[in-house]
Design a protein around this ligand. Sequence first.
Ligand code: HEM
Length: 298
Amino acid sequence: MSSDQASDNRSTRELESGIERDFSKNLSYGEYLDLERVLSAQHPRAVPPRHDELLFIIQHQTSELWLKLMLHELRSARELIRADETKPALKRLARVKHIQVTLTEQWSVLATLTPSEYAEFRSFLATGSGFQSWQYRSVEFILGNKNPDMLSVFKHNPTVQQELADLLHERSLYDEFLAYLAREGFAVPAEVLERDWQQPYTSQEGVVDVFRTIYNDTHRYWAAYEMAEALVDVEDNFQFWRFRHLKTVERIIGSKRGTGGSSGVPFLRKALELTFFPELYAVRSRIQDVEAPGYHHH
Ligand code: HEM
């Protein structure tokens, strides 16, 4: 075939003879991915059916799939830090960060849902709310935002409640990082290394001091410094997700209460005050600015 003929025929691509067509014995795409189940798991509830409910369902389901992967990567990162394998752990966190970016970007799809469109099917969700996402809560727990009170929301599902209870009682990624720093010889306070893991983490001046040491000589403490900054990236990204959720919710339901029973936007706004790694933020105001010659600080 001359290149002229090839360019004449741009509307069809001939299937090559090697392309597999017999899946009676061989594994197919759909089978491998169990697509029949995945693609038949959307069950709109509105009567009469509303065009926009499918968007709403798929936005949540895709978020849950990414959360599943994120949790998988975070669990692995935590194990790797426990084994002092910080480089492979960073690889895991790099993937987590990209998942977070995708999740945050995804809000723009849902933002095409107008208040009037949502109002057409909202009452059919009844008391269902993302607040009851156990994977989201698992991610919060593994990052270190522990809250024993959250377990009560999952009474209706003992399997999920148990999984979450396990994570609540285990060390968070941050707890493992601080233990790693102690093994590396940093003066991490004892009360951080042995504590009741299910309790919310409280900021310790001694840990700020450890980070000050690291940030004041990054060359010497590169591995610790790199991991610390990766954690800040993850927290930053987490907050961007929360912020986009809040702003999307605000444009869709304004100041209505949530289907999960909270005050809605004001409740979501309070989450923007939360931090997973308090000392990593505290240290930032303790870093000495390098003096410019001739400049005198007042
Ligand atoms: C029209 C779209 C949405 C609206 C109006 C909305 C609204 C809300 C509201 C008002 C809350 C507070 C709890 C409550 O009272 O219900 C909440 C919590 C939550 N939503 Fe959404 N949401 C939407 C979409 C989503 C999507 C697509 C996800 C993805 C999984 C999601 C995940 C969450 C999570 C994880 C929480 C708990 C946040 C926290 O504890 O700080 N939401 N949502």
